[in-house]
Ligand binder design. Structure first.
Ligand SMILES: Nc1ncnc2c1ncn2[C@@H]1O[C@H](COP(=O)(O)OP(=O)(O)OP(=O)(O)O)[C@@H](O)[C@H]1O
Length: 483
C-alpha cells in the first residue's frame, strides 16, 4: 500500500527535476512526459506509462537514473516497477478545448542556448479524415497500432513514438535506416498519422525525396521558388522525408534541402528522415548534410525474426479479415525471411489462390503457391525494365503503350499488373516505378498495387495472369543472371 503521507505527484515532479539536474538528456526525459508515479510500496516505486514501448525504454535505459532520482527524493533506495496504463494517452484535459499549443521557451538540451518548442499535449481527437490525409500524403493504414514490434525494430519504433508524442522535443532529426521493406515508410507515416490525430493544429507533410527533387526542379522551371519554400518550410511543422538516399549526387537539390533542413530545424520543426544506409555511408551527400542528419538520433531497422514475422502475418490477416491456420502462417514466415513487403505479398497470393480456387487455405496449397512465387529466386536480379518487357510481351502491347496515356480497359489492366509486380518483386520506391511508367505520380502506382491485391482473390483469370507473368519474369531474370 502507498504510504499515506507521500504526495506522489509532488515526488514525481521533483524526480523529473532531479533527472534534469543530473544531466539525463531531454530526449530521454521526453519518454517520461506523461508517466505517472502511482504508488510506493516499501522500496518499490510503481510508475505508469502510456505505451508498451515506453515501458521497454524506461526499463532498459532509464531505470538507473529514475531510481537514483527517486531515491534522492524519498531518502531511501528505490526499485522501479513499470506498468502500462493506456488511459494516460488522454491526460492533460486542461487543453481539451484549445488543442495543443506551441510555446517558444529557452531550454537546456543537447543544443545549449537554442530556443526549443514546448509542446503541451492535447487529448485524442476524432479520427483523421480522408481530406486531411490528402494534403499530408499519409497512408491511414500505416499506424503504430498496425506496426508489429520485434527485436529488429523495437528501438526505431520507440524513437518514432517519442517523436510523435513530443514533436521537435525528443529527437530532431530522427533518422531511420535499413534495408528495403522493413517498415521505414510505415514508421514515418505512423508518426504523421499520430501527430495528425493528437495535434491537429500541427501541419504534417510526408514526401519521398524523389518527389522533393521533382518539386524542386519544377519550381525552378516554373519560377515558383516562393511556393516551394512555402510548402516545405513555412507550412510544415513535421516534415517526413523518405528515402533520402535518392538525394545523392543531386547537388542543387541537396543545396535546397540543406536550407530547408536549417530553416525547419532553427524554427523547432520536427524532421524525420529515412534511408537505406546510415548517414555516414551516404557518400553522394555533402558532408554538411550528412552531419546534420546525425544531430538527433540515428536508428536502424533490421530483418524480423521468425516470431515477429508470424506476428506480422497474423496482424495482417486479422486486419484483412482473412482466416488462416497457424501452420500456414508459420510456413509463409519460414519461407520469406528478409523483407516484410515480400512477406505480405506471399500472404496475399496464398489467400488469393484459396479464394479463386474456392478451397480452404492449407499447408499444401500454400506450399504450391509459394513454390510458384519463388521459383528461381536465387539467380538474376529483377528490375523494372525487365518486368515492363515481360509484361509488354505477355499482354501483346508495346513499352510505349505501357508508358502512354491510353486508359482503355485492357491497357489499364496490363499497366496495373506490371506496376503491381514492380512493387512486389523489386525494392524500387513508388515514385521510381511511376517514373518508368511515363512519369506517373506515385499515387497511381499505389492505387494499382492496392487494386490488384484486392482483385486477385476474386478474379481467377487475373490470378492466373499474375502467376504466369511472375514465373516468366523470374525465368527471364535467371537467364540474364546466367549471362
Ligand atoms: N513491423 C511491422 N509490422 C507490420 N507491418 C510492417 C512492419 N514492417 C513493415 N511492415 C509492412 O511491410 C510493408 C513494407 O514496409 P515499408 O514500405 O514501410 O518498408 P520500407 O523499409 O520503407 O521499404 P523501402 O525502403 O523499400 O521503401 C508495408 O506494407 C508495411 O506496412
Amino acid at each position: 500500500m502507498t504510504e499515506p503521507e507521500v504526495d506522489l505527484a509532488h515526488v514525481w515532479h521533483a524526480t523529473l527535476l532531479g533527472l534534469e539536474d543530473s544531466g539525463t538528456p531531454a530526449r530521454d526525459r521526453a519518454f517520461l512526459r506523461i508517466a505517472r508515479l502511482v504508488g510506493i510500496v516499501g522500496e518499490t516505486a510503481l510508475l505508469a506509462v502510456p505505451y508498451d514501448h515506453t515501458k521497454v525504454f524506461v526499463e532498459t535505459t532509464l531505470n538507473d537514473p529514475v531510481c537514483n532520482a527517486l531515491a534522492a527524493e524519498l531518502g531511501h533506495p528505490v526499485r522501479l516497477a513499470v506498468t502500462v496504463d493506456g488511459s494516460l494517452t488522454s491526460i492533460e484535459p486542461d487543453d481539451a478545448d484549445d488543442g495543443p499549443s506551441l510555446v517558444a521557451a529557452e531550454h537546456d538540451d543537447d543544443h545549449v542556448g537554442q530556443t526549443e518548442l514546448q509542446v503541451t499535449t492535447a487529448p485524442p481527437r476524432d479520427p483523421i479524415t480522408v481530406n486531411q490525409l490528402d494534403d499530408a500524403r499519409l497512408n491511414p493504414r500505416y499506424t503504430f497500432e498496425s506496426f508489429v514490434v520485434g527485436q529488429g525494430n523495437r528501438f526505431a519504433c520507440a524513437a518514432a513514438q517519442a517523436v510523435a508524442e513530443t514533436p521537435a522535443r525528443s529527437y530532431n532529426p530522427l533518422f531511420v535506416y535499413g534495408e528495403s521493406g522493413l517498415g521505414k515508410t510505415h514508421l514515418l507515416h505512423a508518426i504523421g498519422n499520430y501527430v495528425r490525430s493528437y495535434y491537429p493544429q500541427l501541419r504534417v507533410l510526408y514526401v519521398n525525396s524523389e518527389e522533393f527533387t521533382n518539386d524542386f526542379i519544377n519550381s525552378i522551371r516554373d519560377e515558383a521558388g516562393r511556393s516551394f519554400q512555402k510548402r516545405y518550410r513555412d507550412n510544415v511543422d513535421v516534415l517526413l522525408i523518405d528515402d533520402v538516399q535518392f538525394l545523392q549526387g543531386k547537388e542543387s537539390t541537396q543545396e535546397e534541402f540543406f536550407h530547408t533542413f536549417n530553416a525547419l530545424h532553427n524554427s523547432q520543426k520536427q524532421i524525420v528522415l529515412s534511408s537505406d544506409q546510415p548517414p555516414k555511408k551516404l557518400n553522394g551527400l555533402e558532408d554538411r548534410l550528412r552531419s546534420r542528419f546525425e544531430w538527433g538520433l540515428t536508428t536502424d531497422v533490421t530483418p524480423p525474426d521468425l516470431e515477429t514475422r508470424i506476428a506480422i502475418l497474423r496482424r495482417k490477416a486479422d486486419s484483412e479479415k482473412m482466416q488462416l491456420p497457424a501452420d500456414v502462417l508459420t510456413l509463409i514466415a519460414d519461407k520469406v525471411a528478409t523483407n516484410i513487403r515480400e512477406l505480405e505479398g506471399a500472404l496475399i497470393r496464398v489467400t488469393a489462390y484459396a479464394s479463386v480456387s474456392k478451397q480452404p487455405v492449407t499447408v499444401e496449397s500454400a506450399s504450391q503457391v509459394l513454390k510458384d512465387l519463388m521459383v528461381g529466386n536465387a539467380a538474376g536480379q529483377i528490375t523494372i525494365p525487365l518486368i515492363m518487357d515481360q509484361s509488354a510481351e505477355f499482354f501483346d502491347v508495346t513499352i510505349d503503350d505501357l508508358c502512354g496515356p491510353s486508359r482503355s480497359r485492357s491497357m489499364a489492366n496490363a499497366r496495373q499488373i506490371a506496376m503491381y509486380l514492380c512493387r512486389e518483386l523489386t525494392d524500387e520506391s513508388l515514385p521510381h516505378i511511376g517514373k518508368y511508367f511515363g512519369g506517373r505520380d506515385h499515387t497511381t502506382v499505389m492505387y494499382a498495387d492496392r487494386k490488384i491485391r484486392d482483385l486477385m482473390g476474386s478474379k481467377p483469370h487475373l490470378f492466373d495472369q499474375i502467376t504466369e507473368l511472375t514465373s516468366r519474369v523470374r525465368r527471364a531474370a535467371n537467364e540474364l543472371g546466367r549471362g
